[in-house]
Design a binder for this molecule. Sequence first.
Ligand SMILES: [Zn+2]
Length: 74
Amino acid sequence: MDLDNLIELGDCPICRGPGIMSHEGGWNVQVECADCSAHTVYVEYNTEEEKREAERQVAHLWNIGKVIKSEIGE
Ligand SMILES: [Zn+2]
């Protein structure tokens, strides 16, 4: 267990909801909001090392507010 691997996720930049690290297919990851449809881009990875880097990248994008907000019902 390596504490350096802990990644802090801030609140959703849009609605202040909780951010969730979401892996898809075992080869890419994004952060998405549990409350609204905001999400970061997907970052792909091939190895455990790249996976960690990808998680850091999407967490960083999320934390600086670089998210995609789908306009649903507007
Ligand atoms: Zn949100």
